[in-house]
Structure formats: structure tokens, C-alpha cells
Design a protein around this ligand. Structure first.
Ligand code: PEP
Ligand code: MN
Length: 364
């Protein structure tokens, strides 16, 4: 959809090739904020981030320092010439941030999925042109993310961007939040001109993985990064294990490689075209084979129907899962990928069988 969004480079915030935000998960004390900002002062960040109101899962955890933190951020801006950004979750937060000249607002992952909260925020921001960054909802729900963008857009905001910070999952994974890259990729496909940042800190939950996730985001043409940086991560009052020091941040940014979408090299173009042709052929074969597989599934459906046999055959499904995962691993295909692929195929086979049996029912 063609929303007319102001490009990042025209937001009036510092940026080079990519847009960067860094700063602590939470503002904890004036000293911690100033020391962290001092370490980031010459890193070219677009804005210094710090949470003032923290949405915590359990009451009694550190819930942020509140309005007094905004005064510390005013000092950051004054002394280090750094624009500042804060998470807002209600109109009161918005009002306080605007009063204290905060430069950027972001919407947290627990707020994005709540249309009432988003509408109240959008109404409170009407008439301003402050940049608003919208984190993905904690659940992998693309529509709620899009809905939030549209509410801010309809309120007249044009400096909008999204932040991919990963999704809650009950699956056991190595990260705190599943990246589920297909969701931000689909967002980008539908809204190519909305800038997309990645927050590798909240995806990884562990400082160890931040570099690889940040690099993957750049490989996927993200426009920027938001990274949690604390002068003393071990002592942080929130998200301690995923924060890095200003020095670690500097070296991480230095190591990142910024990718481009196209190349003018003839050699590259010829070779990539050859490889793409190979992929096109394989995809054609896959689709043809899937069509054949579904035809057989339909015959099985008919057979089951005639014999009053259930569509779902749990033992057979278990056998498919195990054998396909084993075969996949021989081809270096991950268990997760094979499982999800066959889950989709199996679901489609069941739906086709059910559709046929409903049609038969209608005929009778
Ligand atoms: C944060 O940025 O510190 C934060 C609370 O993030 P999220 O909304 O992504 O959990
Ligand atoms: Mn955090």
C-alpha cells in the first residue's frame, strides 16, 4: 500500500548508511544515563534510547523511574548533543515526553497489539510530527502490526518506522524471542517504504547473539538497528543479560557489513541469473510434485470416506514427521524447517480431503 512516509534521511536525526539507536533498556539513575550517553556520544546514533516507564510481566519488578528520567534525558541532549527517545504506552506518557522535548517515541511490543491503547496514543499525537517507531506485537500477528501503523498514519503522523523485536513463542529456542523473519519480510513486501529497524537485543535476550542477528537484519536490507547499551550491564535493573557496554557497541557496529540490493558487476549478474534459473526450475518441479501429492491425498480421502475412516490418522502423521525429519537432516535441512513444511502440506491435504467430502455431502 502506498503510504506516504517521510524517508528516514529526512527525519533530521543523525544517520549514515543505516539508522541507529542505542541506550539502556531503562534509565536507572542520572549517573548511569549520563555515563552510558557519554560512551555513545561520538557513535553517530540517530537517538539515545532509554525506557522511563517499563512494562514488566510481574508487578514488583523495576518499573522505571518515571518522569524524573526525562530530565536526565534533557541533560543528555544538552551535554552530548544526542537526540533522545522513550517508549510511550498512554497519553500521559506522550504529554510528558512532548513537554520535555523528547525527539522520538517508540511503542512497545506489549502495546502494539492493543487497538484501544494505540488509538489513544495516535489521538494524543495528532498535530505533531514527532517520529514514532512501532515495535512488532509480541504475538506473530502481522495484521495487528499493520493496524497500529494505520492508526498513527490516520492521525497524520508521517515519520513512522517499525521495529522488529521478535515474537513470544512456547517452542524451545535459543533466543528470548523468535525472530520469525518471514513476518517482517512480509511486512516489507506490503509496505516497502516504511523503514524497518531490527532490535537484536530483545530477539536474542543474550549479548552473545546480538552481532549475528544484527548482521542478518542488514543482510535482509533493514534500514537500521536499536541496540540496548548500558555502562555496566551486569548491574542493570532490567534486561541485564542482553545489554552491552558502549565499547562493545562500538566494536559491534564497526564489524557489521552493510549490504546493497543490486550490483553493477557483469560477472555477478550473469552468475546470479544462472543460479536463479536453476531455482526456478526446481520450484516448478516442487509445485508439480505437490499437485501430484494432493491428487493422491484426495484419492485417499475418498477411500477413507467410503470406509468411514477418520481423515486424521495420528500414527501415520507421526510416522511422516519422523521419517521426513530424518530424510531432511541428510540433506542438511533443519528439523524446524522440515516440520513446518510438512505441517503445512499435511494441513492442505486434510483441507482438500474435507472439501471433497463436504461437496459429496452437498450432492446427496
Ligand atoms: C524495551 O525496548 O526495553 C522493551 C520493553 O522492549 P519490547 O517492547 O520490545 O519488549
Ligand atoms: Mn529492554
Amino acid at each position: 500500500m502506498g503510504l506516504s512516509i517521510v524517508p528516514l534521511k529526512e527525519w533530521g536525526l543523525p544517520m549514515k548508511d543505516i539508522f541507529l539507536s542505542a541506550g539502556p533498556c531503562s534509565a536507572e539513575s542520572e549517573e548511569q544515563v549520563m555515563d552510558t550517553a557519554r560512551g555513545l556520544a561520538d557513535c553517530g546514533v540517530g537517538f539515545f534510547r532509554a525506557g522511563i516507564w517499563k512494562p514488566r510481566t510481574h508487578p514488583g519488578s523495576f518499573e522505571g523511574v518515571g518522569i524524573k528520567g526525562l530530565k536526565w534525558l534533557a541533560r543528555v541532549k544538552d551535554e552530548f548533543n544526542l537526540p533522545t527517545g522513550v517508549e510511550v504506552a498512554n497519553p500521559g506518557h506522550v504529554e510528558a515526553c512532548l513537554k520535555h522535548n523528547i525527539d522520538v517515541l517508540w511503542i512497545g511490543a506489549r502495546t502494539t497489539p492493543n487497538p484501544f491503547a494505540i488509538q489513544a496514543l495516535a489521538d494524543a499525537l495528532k498535530g505533531t510530527d514527532i517520529p514514532v517507531l512501532i515495535k512488532n506485537p509480541i504475538s506473530p500477528d502481522l495484521e495487528l502490526w499493520i493496524g497500529a501503523i494505520n492508526r498513527f498514519y490516520n492521525a497524520g503522523l508521517r515519520k513512522l518506522a517499525v521495529i522488529h523485536r521478535g515474537f513470544s513463542t512456547v517452542r524451545k529456542i535459543m533466543y528470548r524471542n523468535a525472530p520469525d523473519w518471514k513476518i517482517p519480510i512480509e511486512f516489507k513486501r506490503q509496505f516497502p517504504n516504511i523503514p524497518m529497524l531490527c532490535d537484536p537485543s530483545h530477539i536474542s535476550g543474550n549479548s552473545e547473539f546480538i552481532f549475528s542477528i544484527a548482521q542478518e537484519a542488514l543482510d535482509l536490507l533493514y534500514d537500521g538497528l536499536m541496540i540496548e547499551v548500558h555502562v555496566n550491564p551486569a548491574a542493570a535493573l532490567s534486561d541485564s543479560s542482553q545489554q552491552i557496554t558502549p565499547d562493545q557497541y562500538r566494536s559491534l557496529i564497526d564489524r557489521l557489513i552493510i549490504k546493497k540490493e543490486i550490483s553493477s558487476s557483469q560477472e555477478y549478474q550473469t552468475r546470479i541469473r544462472e543460479l536463479r534459473l536453476e531455482v526456478d526450475n526446481i520450484d516448478e518441479n516442487i509445485i508439480e510434485l505437490l499437485g501430484k501429492r494432493m491428487e493422491i491425498a484426495k484419492k485417499m480421502g475418498e477411500l477413507k470416506r467410503r470406509n468411514n475412516i477418520s481423515t486424521l490418522q495420528p500414527n501415520r502423521w507421526e510416522e511422516i514427521v519422523q521419517s521426513r525429519i530424518a530424510a531432511g537432516s541428510e540433506q542438511d535441512l533443519s528439523e524446524d524447517f522440515i516440520f513446518q513444511l510438512f505441517q503445512t502440506i499435511h494441513e492442505e491435504a486434510i483441507q482438500q480431503q474435507e472439501r471433497d467430502s463436504n461437496q459429496e455431502f452437498k450432492k446427496e
